[in-house]
Design a protein around this ligand. Structure first.
Ligand code: M6R
Length: 615
């Protein structure tokens, strides 16, 4: 988590830094800070607990001049969120300032060693040891900032993206990365630096993604220099052209990014599908899969690792792949997989599923599987992020930047890609008929229009939300393809409204959870017409018999559940395996409106960050 920004050039750095911090606020928002070097070589550092707006307020009457600076927005790991623990951190002499995204695992050992050398620490963070270490190396080795950073990166263990400035050299930023993302934007005689490309896109679309172990020396009006971890060889710079537009990063008239992203889904899914189903609707084309045809044909097992919402999408992927490809699929929480000494066989395929492509646990699980001989495949949204850059192959979901912390359009994009992948592999293996592929592929193409229809019921869902805003607990029930939808619906509600909710397989309820049901515990039941419809209807009756209130998501025209449930939301009929794409929409809207009614900070809920780049 945490976002870092840097600027060096001719503009006032503060403006670029603050705007960049706003763009990165989704990565963490418990404190923020900036450091600028002014003309006479003064280092001004301003920090503030809370959101970036608090920092702006704090800095409003301060000297914010200078054309070089670094900035940070924090999601606390070491030390509580306060002004002192906020970044940038400064070396003891006040000469060096540093911002950091990641965690330094050996910081206690380093801190102890530096304390014995007379260094005093003012914060509780792991980061402060890095800036003190750099100063210590500079003083003892009489070396440049670049040489000191290179030496320091050899001594620290952990994940970091850092940007460092020296007030004695206002013409240089040194940056380094290991397991945390860092992008450098190349302008006309100026450079930008950030945890992702969103703070950069309004100035330039030319970027360089730093690789693990690389150190960059950034000086205005000079060529960008990137070195390997030994600081000896200059690495070749690969310039990427960004495809993102600034409009994608704005709310576009919606009160929240989350609502915008929910309503964007007809378009984002059209983009996700575009060019991937042949014009005759008979075949799916996903180049990452086709290029590795023999791997997918010969594998005995697929493992999908993911976290949070992506894990829910992975559970739907398991159903899809097992049904249409007849390949056993195991879905693991990445955080559990990486520490479980997992059995990974040669020929296994590991799919790392992640919106951000930066989730630390998913990245580590991928690396572990790779070491143990699996063929790894990434499915991500953020272009150029760490996961797509790590595996030999993969594909993007292409739903555009997702800014709201609660994942919405990424979930439907992930499920859509997994559905297309299952059809493609099944067709290659001959485990699914051409007719079935054509039927489901045609239905995939209908999804954007059908989602548009569901979105037109948003006012009804807004009204329903008013009835349930003050409930303290919710149960979400579903079966088969829609059991993961129930998990996802519950997670959406929990994370943005702070109401306790539990997602459960509807039939499992009678083994314990049913004891919770009473008049105060509403159940949201996904009861669409699928192969377990009758069973789900029974489950609804069991809830009703115990006085529970039921909100049911049903297939258009269903009268049976309509007569039984307290409230119903209809979704159009579609191939069963695609129903989670439709049922997701009312669940997202219900959570959104309840959270708004409760006055929650929908886009930036407490304690959360969008990209979880720490363990
Ligand atoms: O970027 P990722 O898909 O790897 O993120 C995984 C989870 O952190 C994420 O899905 C999280 O659960 C969502 N913000 C929930 O809405």
């Amino acid at each position: 988590m945490c976002g870092i920004v840097g600027y060096i050039g001719k503009r006032r750095a503060y403006d670029v830094l603050i705007q960049g911090l706003h763009r990165l606020e989704y990565r963490g928002y418990d404190s923020s800070g900036v450091a600028m070097i002014t003309d006479p070589g003064e280092l001004n550092i301003y920090k503030s607990k809370g959101k970036v707006s608090a920092l702006e307020h704090f800095a409003s009457n301060k000297d914010i001049s200078g054309t070089i600076g670094i900035a940070h927005t924090r999601w606390a790991t070491h030390g509580e969120p306060n002004d002192i623990n906020a970044h940038p951190h400064c070396s003891q002499s006040g000469r060096i300032a540093l911002v950091h995204n990641g965690t330094i695992e050996n910081y206690t050992v380093l801190k102890e060693a530096l304390s014995q050398q007379g260094f005093n620490f003012v914060s509780q963070t792991d980061t402060e040891v890095v800036v003190q270490l750099i100063e210590y190396i500079m003083d003892n080795n009489h070396c440049t900032l670049f040489e000191a950073v290179a030496e320091a990166t050899k001594r620290v263990v952990g994940a970091y993206a850092i940007a460092v400035i020296d007030r004695q050299n206002p013409r240089q930023i040194v940056a380094a990365r290991q397991s945390s993302p860092l992008v450098i934007g190349i302008g006309e005689g100026e450079y930008f630096l950030a945890s992702d490309a969103t703070p950069i896109i309004e100035y330039t679309n030319k970027v360089v993604y730093l690789n693990d172990g690389e150190i960059a020396v950034i000086e205005p009006d000079k060529e960008l220099k990137v070195y390997d971890s030994n600081a000896i060889g200059k690495n070749k710079i690969e310039i990427t052209e960004l495809q993102m537009s600034i409009e994608q990063l704005e709310k576009g008239g919606y009160p929240h990014f989350m609502l915008k992203e929910i309503f964007e889904q007809p378009r984002t899914l059209s983009d996700c599908i575009s060019g991937r189903i042949t014009a005759d609707g008979k075949r799916v084309v996903l180049s990452g899969v086709i290029e590795n045809r023999s791997k997918f044909l010969n594998t005995n097992r697929i493992i999908i690792v993911a976290c949070g919402t992506s894990w829910h999408a992975a559970l739907i992927g398991k159903h899809l792949i097992e049904e249409y490809c007849r390949i056993p699929v195991v879905v693991e929480y990445a955080s559990e997989f990486r520490y479980s000494n997992p059995v990974v066989n040669q020929g296994d395929i590991l799919i790392a599923l992640s919106q951000s492509g930066e989730t630390a646990d998913t990245l580590a699980a991928l690396e572990l599987a790779k070491q143990r001989g699996a063929f790894v495949f990434g499915i991500c949204n953020v272009i150029g992020s760490s996961i797509p850059r790590a595996p030999p192959s993969g594909c993007y979901i292409h739903v555009g930047p997702e800014i709201g912390v609660a994942s919405t359009k990424a979930f439907t994009g992930q499920v859509t890609v997994l559905a297309m992948m299952a059809l493609l592999i099944g067709q290659m293996k001959g485990t699914v008929t051409d007719q079935t592929v054509e039927k489901i592929a045609t239905d995939i193409r209908r999804i954007p229009t059908l989602i548009q229809d569901i979105l037109s019921q948003s006012e009804k869902i807004e009204d329903l939300a008013k009835i349930f805003t003050y409930a303290h607990n919710f149960l979400y029930l579903g079966r088969g393809y829609n059991y993961p939808s129930a998990l996802e619906g519950a997670l959406k509600l929990k994370e943005i409204s702070y109401i306790h909710a539990e997602g459960y397989p509807a039939a499992e309820m009678k083994h314990g959870t049913i004891a919770l049901i009473d008049n105060d515990m509403p159940s949201v039941v996904i009861a669409i017409k699928d192969n377990v419809y009758d069973k789900t209807v029974n489950n609804i009756q069991q809830v009703k018999a115990r006085g529970g209130k039921v909100v049911a998501i049903v297939t258009e025209g269903d009268t049976v559940v309509r007569n039984m449930a307290d409230y119903v939301i209809e979704v159009p009929e579609i191939s069963e395996c695609l129903t989670p794409l439709l049922t997701a929409i009312p669940l997202q809207l219900l959570a959104y409106y309840i959270a708004v009614n409760k006055g929650r900070d929908v886009d930036q809920p407490r304690n959360l960050a969008k990209s979880v780049t720490v363990e």
